[in-house]
Design a protein around this ligand. Structure first.
Ligand code: GDD
Ligand code: MN
Length: 379
């Protein structure tokens, strides 16, 4: 623990009399249905970090199993334990970021709440960062002496290896385990890039590393343990978000994961539009009626998919789902007008009709993306 008068404090003014117990290390633990694990984790942290002033911040995405109540029960008897309950937001990366930003210790760590990350490595990681040996220390499964035996299925092991290679070559990083969810860093490192980090998906570490090129990284091996209670939340959506993150980082953040998803949904929407239009016309509906109906079908399709995937972390539900559709439809109608406007300006040469067509699609998509991100799914 730190004693004495801290920098900038004026004892005569009565400043800084409460230095004892101030955390030197903030540990951020994202949780989603981990009720059975949090108590044991805190007990293990107490033992592993007996010589450090630490705090732990649980960031819970409104788990249905009562995780937050379990955390608060512990917080009631241990001042080092804090709870953040997030409502209507989802996502591991965003939860970690919020926990980091809510804490103040000069060194921050992120670890899982399901006891799969070996907490006895924390003090070694802490010594390295505090001693200036690195800006960030990653606990690694794939370094010599590290392992994930028994903790991952065959499929997951191959998937994880592939994802690791992709990350290593695309981002030109020599890190053994860029997919690790267990790391520690100087606070300034994360603070500096925080506004640029993706809040979706699992890969916050990869994102931080890719966003801060001039950082000194060390890896230490650990054994990824088996999960005792509950189950993994890594699903196909997480994999899709990972691929999006790679593309975003490889393009220097020019193409964001969200924009990519929005574009993909939009392309599928065009197919839906044409299919519906064809079906309605062949039933003998007049063109204007068929076109209007097809347009609304495509809009409803686009809206639902964007709500479920593209803006999954900001998903609108119940009544807000309906009002959101109103906003989306209104904004997209302007998008059509803008697109048509631009394309008729560009339509000077009939043999190059497709230039005007592409320009209309680009302008419309950009308009729809920017305005819906700012209004319909405002963070
Ligand atoms: N707040 C919040 N919101 N927490 C979440 C969410 C979410 O949407 N999704 C998962 N979590 C929490 C879980 O409750 C757990 O504490 C932790 O994040 C990791 O989730 P798991 O579902 O257990 O992931 P895993 O074990 O398959 O993979 C983890 O370990 C790997 C090895 O370090 C992740 O951290 C991977 O990113 C990592 O590669
Ligand atoms: Mn896990």
């Amino acid at each position: 623990a730190t004693t004495g008068t801290p920098l900038g404090a004026n004892p005569a003014r009565g400043d800084a009399v409460a230095m004892r117990g101030c955390a030197e290390l903030s540990i951020v633990v994202p949780t989603l249905n981990e009720r059975a694990n949090v108590g044991l984790l805190v007990a293990r942290l107490r033992e592993a970090l007996a010589r450090i002033e630490w705090e732990v911040v649980f960031v819970d995405d409104d788990s249905k199993d009562g995780t937050i109540a379990a955390v608060r029960d512990i917080a009631a008897i241990d001042y080092r334990v804090r709870a953040i309950r997030r409502i209507a937001r989802r996502g591991l990366a965003g939860a970690c970021l919020e926990g980091i930003l809510s804490s103040s210790a000069p060194i921050v760590a992120v670890m899982d709440g399901d006891l799969q990350h070996d907490e006895t490595r924390l003090s070694a990681m802490f010594e390295i960062v505090r001693g200036g040996g690195a800006d960030m220390v990653i606990a690694s499964r794939y370094q010599e002496d590290g392992s994930a035996d028994g903790a991952m299925t065959q499929l997951r092991t191959s998937g994880s290896r592939l994802a690791t290679r992709l990350a290593q070559s695309l981002l030109k990083t020599p890190i053994h385990d860029p997919m690790s969810g267990f790391f520690m860093a100087r606070r300034e490192i994360v603070d500096a890039v925080a506004p640029r980090l993706s809040r979706q998906g699992f890969k916050i570490l990869l994102d931080i590393v890719a966003s801060s090129p001039a950082m000194r990284i060390k890896e230490i091996p650990y054994a990824f343990g088996p999960r005792l209670h509950g189950q993994s939340k890594l699903d196909s959506m997480v994999v899709a978000e990972y691929i999006g993150l790679l593309i975003a980082k490889a393009s220097g953040d020019l193409i964001s994961t969200r924009f990519l998803a929005f574009g993909m949904v939009g392309s599928a929407g065009v197919a839906v539009h044409l299919t519906a239009l064809h079906a309605l016309l062949s039933r003998g509906l007049p063109f204007a009626a068929a076109q209007t109906a097809a347009m609304f079908t495509a809009m409803a399709f686009n809206y639902s998919l964007n709500n479920a995937f593209t803006y999954r972390d900001l998903r609108r539900r119940g009544w807000h789902f309906l009002t959101g559709f109103g906003l989306f439809a209104a904004l997209c109608s302007f998008g059509v007008v803008a697109g048509v406007g631009v394309s008729s300006l560009l339509y000077t040469n009939p043999s190059r009709w497709w230039v005007a067509g592409l320009a209309a699609a680009a302008v419309g998509t950009a308009w729809n993306y920017v305005t819906n991100s700012a209004i319909t799914w405002r963070p």
